[in-house]
Each structure stands twice: as C-alpha cells, then as structure tokens.
Design a protein around this ligand. Structure first.
Ligand SMILES: *[C@@H]1O[C@H](CO)[C@@H](O)[C@H](O)[C@H]1NC(C)=O
Ligand SMILES: *[C@@H]1O[C@H](CO)[C@@H](O)[C@H](O)[C@H]1NC(C)=O
Ligand SMILES: *[C@@H]1O[C@H](CO)[C@@H](O)[C@H](O)[C@H]1NC(C)=O
Ligand SMILES: *[C@@H]1O[C@H](CO)[C@@H](O)[C@H](O)[C@H]1NC(C)=O
Ligand SMILES: *[C@@H]1O[C@H](CO)[C@@H](O)[C@H](O)[C@H]1NC(C)=O
Ligand SMILES: *[C@@H]1O[C@H](CO)[C@@H](O)[C@H](O)[C@H]1NC(C)=O
Length: 487
C-alpha cells in the first residue's frame, strides 16, 4: 500500500538535517567567492533568497524599505477605503493636501530590487547611461546626489548583476549647461530595464523580468515606452507577443541610441518585484497572480480559463489531458514511454513536450492540459499557462533538492490557483546509483556534497542525474491528480 501521495525519499529527521545543510552551505557560498554563481542554473536564486535576508549587496538610495513600504501601505489604505465609502476623499485630493507636488525622484531599495521613479522633465542619454531629471531648483532633491541603478530585479545575486549595465539618475537645475538637448520628445512614460542577468533561462525570464515588468508597467495600459538596456534581440523576439500586449510601442534599444537624447514626462528605471519567486503579493501591489495569468492568457489568446471537471462515476465525454514536460540534457526521464503508457491506461490523453522553441505554441499546449508533470527545472515555469484548478506534479530529484523545488515552483503554484503534488524520487529511481557505488558520499550523505558549495551540489544532483520513474510507486500520485480533478 502507498499510504501517502507525498512520498518522500527521506524521513522527517533526515529532511530537517538536509535543510540545515542547505542553509549552512548558503553561508559558505557567500563567504567564499561569488564566482561560483554561474548563469542558467535554474535554482541558483534560492540560495540568494536566503542570503538576501542577511542584507547581502544592499546599498544606496533615498528611501529605505520601511519608508517606502509604509508609503505604499498608506496609499493602498486610502484606495481601499474609497472603495467602500463614497463619502471619503479621493486619493488625489488627499495627496494634494499633504504633498503639494510629487517628489521629482523617488528611489526605492528593496531586498531584491532597486528602482527609481522620476517625473517632470526627464532626459535619457544612452551614451552616458544617464537619466537627467531637470527641475527649476534642486533644493528638494537632497543636494545634488545621483542614484545608480542596475535595472534587473535580482540585486542580491552579484554574479547576475555584474552583467547588468548601471544607470545613473541625476537631478539637474534647469538652464544648467549639463542639461542635454532633447533629440526626441515623447509624451508617454518610459520604463527602463535590462535583458541581461540570467535572461534566457525560462524561470529567470519570468521571475526576474516578465512578472516584474507586468507589476511595473501594466498600469500604463499600453501607453508606455520600453527602454531596453543590454538588449538581446532573441529575448525580445521570444517574448514579442507579451511585450506587444504590455506596450503599444516598439521597444527602444537605449544603449545604441548614441547621439540621441530621449525626453519623457516620467520614467521608471528598474523593475518592481515581489520577494517570492514567480509571485505577486496582492496586498503590496494592485495586482495579483490571477491578474497576471489573465493577462498572459489574453496575450497568448489562450482559450481555457478552467481545467476540466470530472464527474463522479460518470462516463467522461472528454478525457483529462496530461502534459509531461521532458528535458533532454539533464534530469531527463529515462522511461518516458513507460510513463506515457501508464497515464494512457489511467484515462489521460498525454502530451509530451520539451521546453524552448516557439513560446506561443508551448503556451497553447500547456493551456490545453489539466495536469502538468515534470522533473524540477526551468521548464516547469510553463505552469503559468495552465488553466485555473489544474494539477501540477513536480518530480523532485535525489539529493535534497526539495527546498529548491518548493521555493521555485511548489509555493508559487498555490498563488496561481493550481493544485500542487510533489513526488520525491527514491534513490533507486535516480541514475546516480549507476554512476556511483552505494558507499559514495553523494549517495549516502548528500549534506556532505552541499557543504562543498553550490557548484558541487549543482553538478552532482542537478546536472548528473536522470530519473527512472518507478511507475508503480508513482501511480498513486497520478490517481490523486485524477481525484482532484473531480473537485
Ligand atoms: C530609514 O529608516 C530609519 C528608521 O528605520 C530612519 O531613521 C531614517 O531616517 C530612514 N532614512 C531615510 C533616508 O528615509
Ligand atoms: C464613511 O466615512 C465617514 C466620514 O469620512 C465616516 O464617518 C463613516 O463612518 C464611514 N463609513 C464607513 C462604512 O466606513
Ligand atoms: C520644495 O522646496 C520648497 C522650498 O524649500 C518647498 O516650499 C516645497 O514644499 C518643496 N517641495 C516638495 C515637494 O518637497
Ligand atoms: C549643485 O550643483 C550645482 C550645479 O550643477 C552647483 O552650482 C551647486 O553648488 C551644487 N550644490 C551642491 C550642494 O553641491
Ligand atoms: C522637444 O520639446 C521641447 C520643449 O517643448 C522643444 O523645445 C524641442 O524643440 C523639442 N525637440 C524636438 C526634437 O522635437
Ligand atoms: C509560433 O506559433 C504560432 C502558432 O502557435 C504561430 O502563429 C507563430 O507564427 C509561430 N512563431 C514562430 C516564430 O514560428
């Protein structure tokens, strides 16, 4: 009998030990060298998430976290009161009484991102990576300080950030000789962000750019100019459909606008982001993951809002659809055919797909499914396209990868209104036992590998491992998925 769906490869005590191991190795990583951080390692950020608690890489800026969040909270309080009480003042009136003019520059430093919002007479000069904020006097601008921002929302990750161009936001007095002439006037706001960092990794694309960009620019309803620094054409074309939905204008490669000065009534440099991966806190922002997913569905013309609902006992006219996300190079299933056969026998219509390629086509395929399963990895980011109430099954490789799995996809999937099942493979299902003797430390003592740092952990458990799924042991998980589709 398989008494639980959430079968684990470790008992509770061992798991706890692993988690402490993970935590400890995080600190080791910080203490040692940042060169261990390499791009395109799906789960790297989790280490950093934990590190950021300790304030690694926090620097600069005008407002500190407490100041900015209290400000945000206040505005939202007013908004929500307005919603329930018609007699109360509007937010605008409130603002007019308290602050005669909005601050020309407001820079916010949060644990995972820095961004500056400037308004008035804004001049963006690509050649000097500068944004000049011209005002009649700079008395209110805290002296002549300028702010530096690397516009990529993973600031605690020094390796990723080292590739991101730094921009400066500088106040200038009107009439000063330093004020550059506008070569193009725009009447809409601009949002400046980088497509460097870990862009190209599907998970990072969404958690570091796509969702933050939604948070930052959705409110403009398309009337916004994207200014892209460290522009990668393939990235822009990969997300073209989405970008076109967010902005009615062609994105500008701002680094290459050498002799040009673009002028705007306002600009946001850098992107807002919520601390958790692939999530939005609806209490902090005026959007939720539901809004984001609605927006994605409408961008990619995805038809299905809700997953299939199976009726008890009845004969189903439609079969539930299962997508198996496959991987070619690492963490691949060695017995995909066997899994497919079992799932078909259970009544699923099965689709297998490898990530990458045409995103629109992938989004449609995922949206057509009711259950998505795959081994932990960036391809699972495609759960964002699943319909509401769909089931997401994450297969967690051997070696204590579960905390990564939980932070990256498990927790986020709940905010997406998906139902989450986790399947931790047993050692016997890992191809590591074909590569190492049973008394090798990688097999019998994963924490000892963790202590060697991120690279060692990644190489052993994320790169060298494939999964030979025990379909008999896994079957109850798929049965649970079917059962959940009845609710
Ligand atoms: C930051 O917050 C502290 C209190 O936590 C406050 O004393 C300080 O003035 C703040 N700094 C700025 C620049 O707002
Ligand atoms: C509405 O606002 C008025 C005055 O601002 C206040 O007296 C009243 O209690 C409020 N009603 C509700 C339902 O909040
Ligand atoms: C700017 O400074 C002037 C004079 O010091 C003051 O009257 C005004 O209220 C300030 N504006 C803001 C937005 O702080
Ligand atoms: C600010 O800059 C202006 C010229 O840009 C200069 O005249 C003024 O002295 C500076 N003020 C301070 C406090 O540095
Ligand atoms: C931009 O606007 C300013 C102020 O309205 C004007 O002086 C300038 O000639 C305009 N520049 C261009 C290139 O249209
Ligand atoms: C991607 O697929 C969609 C249909 O799913 C198609 O309309 C589009 O042309 C494709 N894009 C590319 C670049 O092949």
């Amino acid at each position: 009998m398989y008494d639980t769906i959430f079968s684990r490869s470790f008992n509770k005590h061992e798991q706890k030990k692993l988690k402490y191991g993970a935590f400890f190795s995080c600190f080791l990583i910080v203490l040692s060298i940042c060169t261990v951080f390499k791009p395109y390692l799906g789960p790297i950020h989790d280490l950093n998430l934990k590190l950021s608690v300790g304030g690694v890489g926090i620097r600069m800026l005008m407002l500190n976290d407490t100041t900015s969040s209290s400000k945000i909270a206040r505005v939202e309080d007013i908004v929500s009161e307005t919603a329930v009480n018609d007699t109360i003042k509007t937010p605008q009136m409130e603002e007019e009484e308290e602050e005669p003019e909005p601050e020309p520059i407001v820079c916010t430093s949060e644990s995972r991102t820095d961004f500056c919002e400037a308004r008035g007479d804004i001049r963006v000069q690509g050649s000097s990576s500068s944004i000049y904020v011209v005002s009649p006097d700079t008395k209110n601008l805290s002296g002549n300080t300028s702010w530096s921002v690397r516009p990529y929302a993973r600031k605690e990750d020094l390796y990723a950030m080292s590739h991101v161009r730094e921009w400066s936001v500088k106040p200038l007095i009107k009439g000063s000789q330093q004020v550059p002439q506008c070569s193009q006037n725009h009447s809409i706001p601009a949002v400046l962000f980088s497509t460097s960092g870990y862009a190209g990794n599907h998970f990072h694309d969404f958690t570091d750019i796509i969702i933050p960009l939604f948070l930052t620019s959705r409110k403009f309803n398309g009337e916004v100019q994207f200014l892209i620094t460290d522009k990668r054409d393939w990235w822009i074309s990969k997300y073209q459909v989405y970008l076109k939905k967010l902005s009615n204008y062609e994105p500008l490669d701002i680094d290459s606008e050498k002799d040009q000065v673009h002028c705007f009534p306002s600009v946001i440099v850098g992107l807002k982001r919520y601390q958790k991966e692939l999530s939005i806190d609806p209490l902090k922002y005026s959007y939720s993951m539901r809004d984001f997913r609605d927006f994605l569905r409408s961008s990619y013309s995805l038809k299905r809002v809700k997953a299939i609902r199976l009726r008890d006992g009845g004969h189903h006219r439609k079969q539930p659809r299962l997508m198996i996300v496959t991987r070619k190079r690492t963490r691949s299933f060695t017995n995909t055919d066997q899994i497919v056969r079992m799932a078909k026998n259970m009544g699923f219509k099965v689709v297998t797909m490898e990530g990458g390629g045409n995103l629109s086509r992938f989004a449609e395929a995922v949206n057509s499914c009711d259950v998505l399963m795959g081994v932990h990895g960036a391809g699972l980011t495609n759960i964002v396209f699943l319909p509401e109430n769909a089931i997401f099954i994450q297969i967690v490789p051997y070696g204590g990868v579960d905390w990564l799995a939980t932070n990256d996809f498990g927790e986020p999937s709940k905010d997406m209104n998906l139902k989450y099942l986790e399947y931790n493979i047993k050692l016997e299902e890992s191809t590591l036992i074909q590569q190492y003797p049973l008394d090798h430390e990688a097999i019998k003592d994963p924490p000892s590998i963790w202590k060697q740092g991120w690279e060692a952990f990644k190489t052993m458990y994320l790169d060298k491992q494939n999964v030979n799924l025990d379909v008999i042991r896994f079957r109850p998980t798929l049965e649970k998925a079917l059962e959940l589709l009845h609710q």
